[in-house]
Design a protein around this ligand. Structure first.
Ligand code: FEO
Length: 388
């Protein structure tokens, strides 16, 4: 029988993760107990779930005390209940990386000197079994470590291999693929190189089970999860088009939809994202979905009207998000409407070049209302197909 007990919680109330990213299918904050001669708790949950969390722990261990609280990651969705664990279990010893200790002091007022800091490869004996620790900096905060439980070939991976979507939401990896992609690209996406470094470091471990801080526990399909994280963190795209647009009065939107129709005719895969929409529409998650498709596809087509002689703000925000995530090696085309002065296309192209994208053409700025004559999306689709 496994010594690992799941004591995580499901959050279906929160609308925006980190105050930014839509959660149409909820999210879990996972925490686990290892029950041996000593009891270890690995990570906690968000503070709103304190009562439910403590109850779940009591259901698993009754009146036994928690000997160790292992803090893999300090982001508050996992560290929110540290103070409460300490007051409920005053003898608990907190185990964390050096960088996490300083954060625990800052967030919870627990002096760093009272925290037992561990180094790369260090082992903690729990009785018959033990855990060891490996640092995974910038996956996706600097203090992150992962915990390896050799007795059950289990990796407690912090945010790595996490996904949006409640644990009971779906049954298999394929069902989670899109939400896992959105989670990785939105939250961790900037840190492809550290994720690659962590994957390399952990590749020698015989991992049979992954216990991440978000989403299901992965066993049979753990290899598929690791493969997706590997692909995304290498920024490896598929053939297809990410259409992203913002529109003030619908003209740039009409051009975007015309391109989608042309891609349909050619059987070219694409995603289309309205940056002025999407906070609560699971079929179009605005910038969040657009960032996922930015990683997924090799061609990015961006539509923006000219606004105050600049890029329309939601579109500028998307371009900044792309640059922040260090996405490179994409083909790029810009389009958009203007009324009296065209500025957005030139500025979008400049940002695209700064991001290391290859321009497929000069782009199309069209005056006033959209028409196929002013903005020939059949031509653009042909250009994309030729360069796909
Ligand atoms: Fe789920 Fe980086 O916290």
């Amino acid at each position: 029988m496994s010594r690992i007990k799941y004591v995580g919680v499901t959050d279906k109330k929160k609308k925006l993760f980190e105050g930014l990213w839509p959660l149409p299918y909820g999210v879990t904050y996972n925490s686990y107990l290892i029950v041996d001669e000593k009891v270890a708790l690995i990570d906690t949950v968000e503070e709103d779930f304190e009562e439910e969390f403590l109850q779940k722990i009591r259901e698993e261990i009754g009146d036994r005390k928690i000997d160790y609280l292992i803090v893999n990651h300090m982001e508050p969705d996992h560290s929110g209940v540290i103070s409460s664990i300490r007051s409920t279990y005053p003898e608990v010893e907190i185990i964390a990386s050096q960088k996490a200790a300083a954060m625990i002091e800052g967030y919870h007022g627990i002096a760093a000197r009272e925290i037992r800091t561990v180094k790369e490869g260090e082992t903690l004996c729990l009785g018959e079994t033990s855990v060891s620790f490996y640092m995974a900096p910038m996956v996706h905060w600097p203090e992150v470590m992962v915990t390896w439980y050799e007795a059950e070939n289990t990796l407690f991976s912090a945010d790595a291999f996490g996904t949006f979507g409640a644990v009971e939401q779906w049954n298999c990896f394929e069902d989670y693929r899109e939400e896992m992609t959105r989670y990785y690209t939105n939250i961790v996406g900037k840190y492809g190189a550290p994720v690659q470094a962590a994957l390399k470091k952990l590749s020698s471990l015989p991992i049979h089970r992954i216990c991440s801080t978000h989403g299901p526990v992965w066993e049979e399909e753990a290899g598929k999860v690791v493969a997706l994280y590997d692909k995304l963190s290498r920024y490896e795209p598929e053939k297809g088009v990410c259409i992203v647009y913002g529109s003030m009065y619908g003209n740039t939107a009409k051009a975007a939809k015309a391109l989608a129709e042309e891609l349909d005719k050619r059987g070219i895969p694409y995603g289309i994202h309205d940056l002025c929409n999407g906070v609560s529409n699971p079929d179009d998650l605005g910038q969040s979905g657009a960032i996922a498709d930015l990683f997924k596809y090799n061609t990015i087509v961006v539509g923006s009207p000219t606004y105050n002689n600049c890029i329309f703000p939601p579109v500028a925000s998307f371009m900044d998000a792309a640059a922040a995530r260090l996405v490179k090696g994409r083909k790029f085309f810009a389009f958009g409407s203007y009324t009296w002065a065209a500025a957005s296309i030139k500025l979008l192209n400049e940002k695209a070049v700064e991001s290391g994208f290859t321009l497929l053409g000069e782009g199309i700025a069209f005056p006033q209302a959209y028409s196929p004559e002013k903005c020939d999306m059949a031509m653009v689709a042909g250009l994309i197909e030729k360069n796909l």
